[in-house]
Design a binder for this molecule. Structure first.
Ligand code: NAP
Length: 253
C-alpha cells in the first residue's frame, strides 16, 4: 500500500460481485474511491474487482455471518485505516432455488403461504444483515470527514404506495417487499440516531432492473440503477439524511 492509498476515500459495497452492486462499485471507483467489492464468495469478488481495475479490491463478506462482518471491518481498519462510504446493496428476493421467474418468486413470497423459514432468510439478509454491517462499520464511518451510508431499497417496500388499492403492483407486496419496508424503517432509525454526527443515512430505489434478482425480467440497465445510490453516496455536507428516493425524486415511505 502506498501513501496515496491512505489519502483516497474508501467505499465498501456489499454484494458487489454482480448486478447493481458491481455497477455502484464501478461508478465509485471512477469517482476516485478505493472500492472494496464485498462478496460472500472471495473468488467471485476477486473476478469482479479485477474487472474494475486498480482502484478496486475484493473483500470476503457474508452479511448474514457476524464473524465475516467483524473480520471485514478489522481488515478495512488494518489495510486502509478509513471508510467514507458504505453501500448496503446485498439483497435476495427469495430463499428458494435460482432461476425462478418473477411470477414464481411473487407467488412463493405471498404472506398467506410463505414458510417462516423463508421469511427469516429474507429478513436475515435484507434487514438484519444491514444492521450488522452498519454497526460493524460505524466506528470507521464516525471517523470519516463525511460518512455516507446508502441502503439499496425498493419502491416495492413503500407502505404509502402499496396501501393504495389503485396501485396495480400491490399484488406483488409480499415477503420481499415487506423486508424492504423494514429496511426503510431501519434506515430512518439509523439516520435519527446519527443525526448529531457527520454521517448521512439514506435509502435509494434503483428501479426495476434486469439482474439475477428477478431472472433478468427488469427493464432498467444496471448503469441506470446505480445512479441514485451513487448520488446519495456522494452527497455534500448540505445533503439530506433519513430520506427515501429514486431517480425521479423522493418516494413516499
Ligand atoms: P443480484 O444481481 O442478485 O445481486 C445481489 C447481490 O447480493 C449479489 O452480489 C449476491 O451475492 C449478494 N448477496 C446475497 N446474499 C448475500 C449475503 N448473505 N452476503 C453478501 N452478499 C449477498 O441482484 P440486484 O438486483 O443487483 O440487487 C441489488 C440490490 O438492489 C438488492 O438489495 C435488491 O433488493 C435491490 N433492488 C433491486 C431491484 C431490481 O429490479 N433488480 C429493484 C429494487 C431494489 P451472490 O452472487 O453470492 O449471490
Amino acid at each position: 500500500m502506498t501513501h496515496d492509498d491512505r489519502a483516497k476515500p474508501v467505499a465498501l459495497v456489499t454484494g458487489a460481485n454482480k448486478g447493481i452492486g458491481l455497477q455502484i462499485a464501478r461508478d465509485l471507483a471512477a469517482h476516485g474511491f478505493t472500492v472494496l467489492v464485498g462478496s460472500r464468495s472471495l473468488q467471485d469478488g476477486e473476478t469482479a474487482a479485477k474487472s474494475l481495475g486498480v482502484n478496486a479490491r475484493a473483500i470476503k463478506l457474508d452479511v448474514t455471518d457476524q464473524a465475516s462482518v467483524t473480520a471485514a471491518a478489522e481488515r478495512i481498519r488494518k489495510e486502509l485505516g478509513r471508510l467514507d462510504v458504505l453501500v448496503n446493496n446485498a439483497g435476495i428476493s427469495h430463499a428458494g432455488k435460482s432461476g425462478r421467474s418473477l411470477q414464481e418468486i411473487a407467488q412463493a413470497g405471498r404472506m398467506s403461504v410463505v414458510s417462516l423459514d423463508d421469511v427469516r432468510a429474507l429478513f436475515e439478509t435484507n434487514v438484519f444483515g444491514v444492521i450488522a454491517v452498519t454497526q460493524a462499520m460505524l466506528p470507521l464511518l464516525r471517523e470519516a470527514p463525511a460518512g455516507r451510508i446508502v441502503n439499496v431499497s425498493s419502491t416495492g417496500g413503500s407502505l404509502t404506495w402499496n396501501s393504495d388499492p389503485a396501485n396495480p403492483h400491490r399484488k406483488m407486496f409480499g415477503t420481499y417487499s415487506a423486508s424492504k419496508t423494514a429496511l426503510n424503517a431501519i434506515t430512518l432509525a439509523f439516520a435519527a440516531d446519527l443525526e448529531s454526527t457527520r454521517i448521512k443515512v439514506n435509502a435509494a430505489c434503483p428501479g426495476f432492473t434486469a439482474t439475477d434478482l428477478n431472472n433478468f425480467q427488469g427493464t432498467r440497465t444496471v448503469q441506470e440503477a446505480a445512479r441514485e445510490p451513487v448520488r446519495l453516496a456522494l452527497l455534500g455536507p448540505d445533503g439530506p439524511t433519513g430520506t427515501f428516493s429514486d431517480e425521479n425524486g423522493p418516494v413516499a415511505w
